[in-house]
Write a protein of this length. Sequence first.
Length: 248
Amino acid sequence: MARWWQKKSAPEKGGPVTGEQYFSAEAHGTLPAHIDGPDGRRQVTLAVHDDGVVLSDGNTHRPYRWSDVAHLWHANDMDGEAANGLMITKWLHELLLEFTDGTVVGSLLADPPVVTPEAAFRNGQLSSSPPSVIAPLMQRVNAPVTELHLTRAKARLAAGGQVHFGPLTATPDGLHHHGKKIPWHTITSCRYSVVIFSEDEEELGAMLRMEYEVDGGAHGLPFDWLRIPALDVPDLDVLVRLTEENRT
């Protein structure tokens, strides 16, 4: 499935940054990243600070505060291969940032591989592995952006406005999805989760998973479901938080 953000072109940054150069405190770490522009993919780095990130491309350093992030996407996946009755797997962490100047930056990183007996893997088990060193750094980006965007979204809804989350639109009275209205009070569950093995292929992957009450729903049950790929939902964690606060 083609993602709309992949079709964007980042504006060219021809020279050194003028104005603010760096944040006062040292970076917590650096994420290798890339920009897909009109001349192809460029490798860049994102230094993660308390107040934002510094995008570096060669000798050019461009700081962005959290308020400069227009949208954020994140997702996890697992890559693996079978060999001699073993499954060699590694967790993937993907982060996408669109800044208010139109620049779109992506970072896709992997944890060290883990070896699991294939029979155990087929039963949904994985061998233990050291804590990820990538996920906490990406969370240092996701957490402050989510808090900032959540505050903005709540203010907009309180004023009677709308907030768009890709295929979903939040309004003061609920969510709207392809012409269907889902009132806040009918939502029984809304979360981000990753399924790495299931007989139902539609369940696999990183998804926004929502359950809500309806009359005469799927298979005669009194509720229905939404399964939307996480990378199709900008600011997914903001949507989850809004749902939790408004459905009760």
